[in-house]
Design a protein around this ligand. Structure first.
Ligand code: MN
Length: 149
């Protein structure tokens, strides 16, 4: 351990004194093959920094919420849906997720997708699309082919 103000990265995108956790409780929302590490959280700061890693071919939950995200891709490649747009993403791209935008991240089939995500400590719960919202999203064939629910 390098001290309370320095957590060195160990092999494989894990950091000293940081636990690699399940992304969300199993069964609470549709997702596949993700881990979560809370890298930074301090009293007095309203944001926290997490590192997520999606295994090859896996995906995050298709969701939206009032709080925003700033996402910095650290490793790998994949694609993301933000609002109505699908973007290929790779290392060091920065993705902003505005309030109430549908979003989902997918890792490429051959490599994991790892990213930092900054988020409010106090935040509303993510909401999943209902059937009407899903139907509206699926009116765009590109989105229909991309999303996993
Ligand atoms: Mn989210």
């Amino acid at each position: 351990m390098s001290g309370p103000n320095l957590r060195r990265m160990l092999a494989g995108f894990e950091w000293e004194q940081v636990e690699r956790l399940a992304y969300k409780p199993e069964g609470s929302a549709p997702f596949r093959d993700i881990t979560r590490q809370t890298l930074f959280r301090r009293e007095g700061l309203d944001c926290e920094l997490r590192y997520f890693e999606i295994a090859p071919g896996g995906h995050s939950t298709l969701e939206r919420h009032e709080h925003e995200h700033a996402v910095m891709i650290l490793r790998g490649a994949g694609a993301c849906l933000v609002g109505r747009a699908i973007h290929p993403i790779g290392a060091h791209d920065l993705v902003a997720i505005p309030a109430l935008s549908w979003h989902q991240f997918r890792a490429a089939p051959e490599e994991p997708l790892g990213f930092l995500c900054m988020v409010n400590v106090v935040r509303d719960r993510p909401r999943l699309p209902d059937e009407d919202e899903l139907a509206a999203l699926r009116q765009d064939p590109e989105i229909a082919a991309f999303i996993r629910v």
